[in-house]
Ligand binder design. Structure first.
Ligand code: ZN
Ligand code: ZN
Length: 212
């Protein structure tokens, strides 16, 4: 897959095409290139060989998930709530990799006055009409494609080393004594030696304590 095809997949996954989903794709391509890996394939995503560490939860992360194959669901994506547009990609076992950070000041020049004004009107102030929304989506898509060609020098690229991260453990399930649904044993709460899911445990404990 070339970068445009990855971006199209990302659009499908993310629901729309926007500059930051494209930056997630671009940052991932740079990172994979730097550490000499390819997108996580079937074997790798099962063995969790590469790990993506992201520092925000926005459009950028969806680009990362599609481009690297490291997803929230396959346990290869780690999220730190730091509010930064950055991705670290590391190889499991070596625990070394690369961190890519995108500085908003470096990409401002790709946003036209019209695009910025429409964003302010449609997204920030929620005042745009249908035509404004359509035009904004169009401009956003155009900028997204340009993001794929932002030169590597405009990203901050640095080597990183991380602490070893445990592989996702496999837990056995127990059945909740109240709602009868299965819950991972490590997440269950035992009241009078009977397992409860966290939701039911709160209710059960309240009853035992004579609360509401
Ligand atoms: Zn988006
Ligand atoms: Zn329950």
């Amino acid at each position: 897959m070339d970068k445009t095809q990855i971006l199209e997949k990302a659009k499908e996954f993310h629901g729309h095409l926007c500059p930051f989903v494209a930056l997630g794709v671009k940052a991932s391509i740079i990172a994979m290139d730097e550490i000499g890996v390819q997108r996580s394939d079937e074997n790798k995503s099962i063995g969790e060989d590469i790990i993506a560490i992201v520092e925000c939860s926005n459009c950028f992360v969806d680009g990362v998930q599609v481009a690297t194959g490291c997803t929230f669901g396959n346990n290869s994506l780690i999220y730190f709530d730091l509010g930064k547009n950055a991705l670290s990609l590391v190889k499991r076992g070596e625990w070394e990799g690369v961190r890519i950070y995108i500085d908003a000041d470096k990409i401002n020049k790709y946003f036209s006055k019209e695009a910025n004004e429409l964003f302010e009107k449609v997204v920030v102030k929620r005042q745009g009409d249908e035509e404004d929304k359509r035009r904004m989506a169009q401009l956003w898509e155009e900028i997204a494609y340009k993001m794929l060609d932002v030169p590597k020098e405009d990203f901050k690229v640095e080597k990183v080393k991380v602490e070893p991260i445990e592989q996702a453990p496999i837990f056995k399930n127990v059945r909740c004594s109240s709602c009868n649904e299965f819950v991972m044993e490590v997440k269950a709460v035992f009241v009078d030696e009977k397992p409860y899911c966290l939701k039911c445990a709160v209710k059960t404990t309240m009853l035992l304590l004579g609360g509401v």
